[in-house]
Unconditional design. Sequence first.
Lengths: 114, 112
Amino acid sequence: KAGVTQTPRYLIKTRGQQVTLSCSPISGHRSVSWYQQTPGQGLQFLFEYFSETQRNKGNFPGRFSGRQFSNSRSEMNVSTLELGDSALYLCASSLRTSGSNEQYFGPGTRLTVT
Amino acid sequence: GEDVEQSLFLSVREGDSSVINCTYTDSSSTYLYWYKQEPGAGLQLLTYIFSNMDMKQDQRLTVLLNKKDKHLSLRIADTQTGDSAIYFCAESMRNQGGKLIFGQGTELSVKP
């Protein structure tokens, strides 16, 4: 079974621009979560989508948004980019049943804002 | 509140056992996870334990959970150079859905 895929793998943007990142979950997984990883703040939860609905949201400004499609693929968007948005953005998928809810991560998208 | 703490570095010799420690503060934790991250890669799920369990063994990995002290450890037996990576513990909590709270990560260095 193919793992979680994320596109693009690397991205360079300028302050003020916007960016869209894509995540395709493992086949059959209906939940997708997004995390931001930086050296200073570590891994921080952005949001979770399940069956096209946002189920949970982390403590990030409204410039960060996401959505999920009927095939469970998810996108996240960051508008008006700031230098501090430079990070590795990771998505994770899970079956989202009651119980252990193991999350499987993709390789990430490395975003650099200049 | 939500807080997960790990020591930042651990260095061991090849063939020795490694023990990576983690403490958490939220008593509503349901499951606790260990992830491994190699340079330039995403996170690989290694193992997890339900908060009502004391121990879980999976090949070279042993997870110990002391719920009273909110202390979690990951023991890697016969550590190999390929085990060099950053190890993260994470907790999920009741009514928080898929949200994981991660520790800062422990960088494990295995010397030949």
